[in-house]
Design a protein around this ligand. Structure first.
Ligand SMILES: O=C(O)COP(=O)(O)O
Ligand SMILES: [Mg+2]
Length: 218
């Protein structure tokens, strides 16, 4: 067992870029949104860099990149939500090692929870499609509480729900916002190297542990 799990009772996972590679479907929905305004699609490589701060930020970044002056961001965000809702899990896949990791931790009686900045409405169809139901005792989206990551509020809420001291919680994510939220909540933190954090390497955020695959936790 990886030393990141020593004295841990609760493991909170981020979703996009950590458990699932959702960038292909997000890229499709962003392209449809941009097309609504006669704008060219943004490629997968760009969209990957824009994920992690919630869907509104994703749309803001896409519009800024397209130099779309005069487009109402809230209206474009509504369009994005409609497009993504129509196909939230067509080309989205689990990263290697994810299912094995979840099964192993569940079998060892860790409390597992999901805290994403993705709108909560998309969780049921995606978890259904990827057969991830039953692993998590709690799922929170970016709009479940008034604050989202990097604010510690969702993690503190998760710890309270699990009746677990924050120091016995481990936050696993791909972006600096996951590490920041984890640290601010008093959780231990583990970052994956393969997700959507962009700019500085995730090691610059100072997570307690870094892995290239969740299979390393087994
Ligand atoms: O930005 C999003 O919508 C998803 O973010 P997540 O990495 O917190 O799951
Ligand atoms: Mg993420």
């Amino acid at each position: 067992m990886h030393k990141a799990l020593d004295d841990i009772a609760l493991v909170v996972f981020d979703l996009d870029g950590t458990l699932i590679d959702s960038a292909p479907d997000l890229t499709t929905a962003v392209a449809k949104t941009l097309a609504d305004y006669g704008l060219e699609p943004a490629g997968l490589d760009s969209v990957r860099h824009w994920v992690g701060n919630g869907s509104h930020k994703l749309v803001e970044r896409a519009l800024a990149n397209a130099a779309a002056d005069g487009v109402d961001t809230d209206e474009a965000h509504e369009a994005f939500l409609r497009h993504y809702a129509a196909a939230p899990c067509t080309d989205t896949v689990l990263y290697d090692g994810v299912r094995e990791c979840l099964e192993s931790l569940r079998d060892q009686a860790y409390d597992l929870m999901l805290v994403t900045n993705k709108p909560i409405a998309f969780l049921p169809p995606i978890l259904d499609a990827l057969d991830l139901n039953g692993f998590f005792s709690l799922t929170l989206g970016g709009d479940s509480l008034t604050q989202k990551k990097p604010d510690p509020a969702p993690l503190l809420y998760a710890a309270r729900q699990g009746d677990i001291a924050p120091g016995a919680g481990l936050m696993i994510g791909d972006s600096r916002h996951d590490v920041q939220a984890g640290k601010a909540a008093g959780f231990r933190t583990l970052a994956v190297t393969y997700g959507y954090n962009h700019g500085d390497p995730i090691s610059d955020s100072g997570p307690d542990h870094i892995v290239d695959s969740l299979a390393e936790l087994l």
